[in-house]
Design a protein around this ligand. Structure first.
Ligand code: SF4
Length: 350
């Protein structure tokens, strides 16, 4: 994707895992072929910013020996899978089988159509974006459906994806499962669905240490140092799981306090990184963070597209040509409760 600071290149590490060599290769590539900015996305992928037409090919070649480049772009496009960072060997097996089946299939799914592999006893991805979910049992659930079906293998997930297409879920190549299940019941869905997951916070967990990243950004040196400590698992929560770790040496750029106000913030890169941005976003979000109650979410969006948090937030501030619109419990493009606010007015309004 083109952006105000060059091309944005997205990397989908298989299974959401990074070993030490992969972490090192991505950090080196971000510095050598981009502007050094690495972002963790809401689908547990990584993005490098500031890539140029000249540096793109060398970047791909630098990543290829590390198993980070798919055989072709279409296969990579279909491999849109979030895997629980707490995956055991069985969950990893289910994810690998699904990835293989998707790569070999001829399904023409919408670009944003994705899968979640979350079969652990306590599912953790129920609030994260996915159209087809493998949940405890294992069971298979279409997003938005209140019942699930038994899951016997990747053929079942592909059959559900085909059902989505056959039922007209993607007119003109766009559409999401939840819109379809709002009017149709998926086939075979007779089992109770998994309960919604509670949000997780930085700190020790059974599988290791979760560390937070402000706005999902991680510096190359921080990534290198984490990669040297232990295998990493990427999450869709602006956090990285350091497998097996219990404590860390001092490493800059990490959020370790589970009550850090920066965990309440969402913001796209804004100006000047994005040409559509009507204002800078992250400095404003940072300044307002202490005013946001614990467990609430403030989203500052550079325009109504809302890339930084496509979901509803407790408060969203959307930059327009005439200040900021304030939206309560909505998305960046939803109707505003207050319009045209100057940044100086925002602390008082919040
Ligand atoms: S929300 Fe708007 S300003 Fe922010 S990254 Fe997306 S297009 Fe750019």
């Amino acid at each position: 994707m083109d952006s105000g600071d060059g091309w944005v290149v997205r990397i989908r590490p298989p299974g959401g895992r990074l070993d030490s060599a992969q972490a090192q290769a991505i950090a080196d590539a971000a510095e050598a072929h981009g502007n050094g900015v690495i972002e963790l996305t809401g689908r547990a992928n990584l993005q490098l910013r500031g890539v140029t037409p000249a540096s793109h090919a060398p970047l791909i070649e630098a990543l290829r020996p590390h198993g980070l480049i798919d055989a072709d772009a279409r296969a990579e496009g279909r491999r849109n899978i979030i895997v629980t960072p707490f995956a055991d060997a069985e969950a990893d097996r289910l994810a690998a089988e699904l990835a293989e089946a998707l790569a070999a299939s001829d399904l023409a799914l919408p670009a944003k159509f994705g899968f979640a592999v979350d079969p652990g006893a306590t599912p953790v991805l129920t609030r994260d974006p996915a159209d087809i979910r493998i949940e405890p049992g294992p069971t298979l659930r279409a997003d938005g459906a209140t019942r699930a079906a038994p899951y016997r293998g990747p053929g079942d997930a592909l059959a559900l994806a085909r059902w989505f297409l056959d039922q007209g879920g993607a007119p003109s190549g766009r559409g999401r499962m939840a819109a379809l299940t709002a009017r149709l019941t998926p086939p075979g869905a007779t089992l109770p669905a998994a309960l919604p997951a509670a949000p997780l916070r930085p700190g020790p967990h059974a599988d290791g240490l979760l560390v937070g990243l402000e706005f999902g950004q991680i510096g190359p040196d921080t990534l290198r140092r984490l990669g040297r400590l232990a295998p990493l698992r990427l999450t869709p929560w602006r956090m990285v799981l350091i497998r097996g770790a219990r404590r860390l040496p001092a490493i800059p750029g990490l959020i370790l306090d589970p009550h850090d106000p920066r965990l309440r913030l969402r913001a796209c890169p804004g100006a000047p990184a994005c040409p559509q941005a009507q204002a800078a976003t992250r400095p404003l979000a940072r300044a307002l963070a202490p005013l946001i109650p614990a467990d609430a979410v403030l989203h500052v969006s550079g325009c109504a597209k809302g890339c930084g948090w496509p979901r509803a937030a407790d408060v969203t501030l959307t930059a327009t040509g005439a200040g900021f619109d304030l939206i309560r419990h909505g998305r960046a493009q939803d109707p505003a409760a207050l319009r045209g606010l100057h940044p100086d007015q925002l602390p008082k309004v919040l």
